[in-house]
Write a protein that binds this ligand. Structure first.
Ligand SMILES: *Cc1c(COP(=O)(O)O)cnc(C)c1O
Length: 459
């Protein structure tokens, strides 16, 4: 197969290699990078994945997208290092399962994408003998996921700014106990101040020598890792004694739609999928789009219990529209309509209220003794509705994603079922560890002076 290149969804930037797209993040024309061809798995190749370890399947998926750029042995080394934790598949009833993506270092599914993106960036930077400094602002969870994703890597430093009074003790400790190439900076201000400071640093010519990069959620390097767990769970849960490829249903609690794009790409690669259930919280712009074929972003986004999905304009939507033959610009204007008939066939979209989310945490516990946190509960509510509205065979394979560990949302769980979820080791080991971070004022001159001093040696 010829080498896959990556184009921008705004169609005004030149096509680049995977390595270039990875290190650039956003395309120069502000579009998102997409592969110019989607590689496929034949039936025999899918059958041959049966029984393989997660990291092996991950390397095979990656080799399809960048086989000409990175040899298999290097891919295997990276995936083995990135995926050193379990991916439990918990049976709920019949052939309906919850896939728990919460066993990584920050107990969130974002570990899957972040850890692999970090290792790939390191790989390409090392090859070019270049160092990069990642700057990011956080209101809590993203910062710790990114800090852990890049922790201990070479050629990459990461600096994370957080508003000192807006982050929980546990969220702060998840970042400040790391050290090595991770620098944590508390600012006397709000999240918006932190974000503005990072933005200004990126465009400050005086600091260009520090070689900044961002590692945000639209990076193509975060998308491809999110294809893997759909393929993995299918190979584990499909009928093992048959070589026929049965169809699966997936349910994805969604915010920015990165996770859902992973499933769509897996489907385009040949994974047999009957339906993709897209579950959102009260930010219902996608459900409205599917019902009316008109798009309007929600501004400001609505605050819901499943806080990581409070997104009023999913940044990956442009990629989805592109895959279905349409075009959407970075502001959310649909310039060319996608094939809505094909989308209707593939997706079942639903918006779930906070009351329904709470009731589902209780119902799943009472009926099946399955513990869900708010994001996974949004997904499971959607599953229940889909099953009740459609005549679905008892034998139908269905996999619903749980994207965070219940112990990250103890209050919601205690309120719903009266049980305090046990902390996983990655989170409980933080007590008593020494914290390291610097504190600065919440304005740009203070930040600039800090960066100048702290990273002087790079100049
Ligand atoms: C980020 C996140 C989501 C949403 O994922 P997207 O790829 O943005 O749709 C869902 N659940 C949790 C816990 C998250 O952190």
């Amino acid at each position: 197969m010829s080498q896959i290149t990556y184009f921008s969804t705004n169609h005004k930037a030149a096509e680049v290699t995977f390595g270039e797209a990875l290190l650039k993040g956003l395309a120069p024309d502000k579009g998102l990078f997409m592969p110019n061809a989607i590689p496929t798995f034949s039936k025999d190749e899918l059958n041959a994945l049966k029984g393989k370890a997660y990291y092996e399947i991950a390397a095979i998926v990656f080799s399809k997208f960048l086989g000409e750029e990175v040899p298999m042995s290097d891919l295997l080394a990276m995936t083995k290092d990135a995926y050193n934790f379990d991916v439990p598949l918990e049976q709920v009833i019949d052939r309906k399962y919850v896939m728990r993506l919460d066993q990584g270092p920050t107990a969130s599914f974002k570990d899957f994408a972040g850890r692999m993106m970090g290792r790939m960036m390191q790989y390409f930077l090392k090859k070019q003998n270049v160092n990069k400094l990642i700057l990011t602002a956080t209101s809590g969870d993203t910062g710790s996921a990114m800090a852990h994703a890049f922790y201990g890597l070479n050629n990459i430093q990461i600096a994370v700014l957080f508003p000192k009074d807006e982050v929980s003790d546990r969220q702060r400790k998840q970042m400040t106990t790391l050290q090595k190439n991770v620098q944590i900076i508390a600012i006397d201000g709000k999240f918006d101040d932190a974000q503005a400071m990072v933005k200004q640093a990126f465009s400050d010519p005086d600091l260009a020598c520090l070689n900044f990069t961002s590692a945000n959620s639209i990076n193509i390097g975060r998308l491809i890792p999110q294809i893997v767990y759909y393929i993995y769970s299918y190979t584990r849960l499909r009928k093992q004694d048959s070589n026929d490829l049965e169809e699966a249903v997936f349910c994805i609690p969604s915010g920015n739609f990165g996770d859902m794009m992973g499933c769509v790409l897996a489907t385009k690669m040949g994974l047999p999928v009957k339906k993709i259930l897209v579950a959102t919280n009260e930010n219902d712009e996608f459900t409205t789009l599917m019902n009316s074929h008109k798009y309007a972003k929600i501004e400001p986004s609505r605050n819901c219990l499943s806080s990581a999905m409070n997104v009023g304009h999913p940044s990956n939507l442009a990629r989805l529209i592109e895959l279905y033959g349409g075009n959407m610009d970075e502001k959310g204007n649909i310039l060319k309509e996608p094939d809505f008939a094909a989308m209707d066939k593939m997706f079942y979209a639903m918006s779930v209220t906070d009351a329904e989310t709470r009731a589902t945490i209780k119902q799943a516990w009472d009926a099946y003794h399955v513990m869900l946190e708010p994001h996974g509960a949004v997904g499971w509510y959607c599953v229940e509705q889909y099953l009740s509205e459609n005549d679905i065979d008892q034998d139908q394979l269905l996999i619903s994603l749980e994207t965070a560990h219940p112990a990250k949302f103890p209050n919601a769980i205690i309120d719903a079922i009266g049980v305090d979820p046990e902390l996983p080791e990655s989170l409980s080991g933080l007590e008593g560890q020494e914290e390291h971070f610097d504190s600065i004022e919440g304005n740009y001159p203070a930040f600039k002076e800090y960066l100048d001093k702290r990273y002087q040696w790079r100049k």
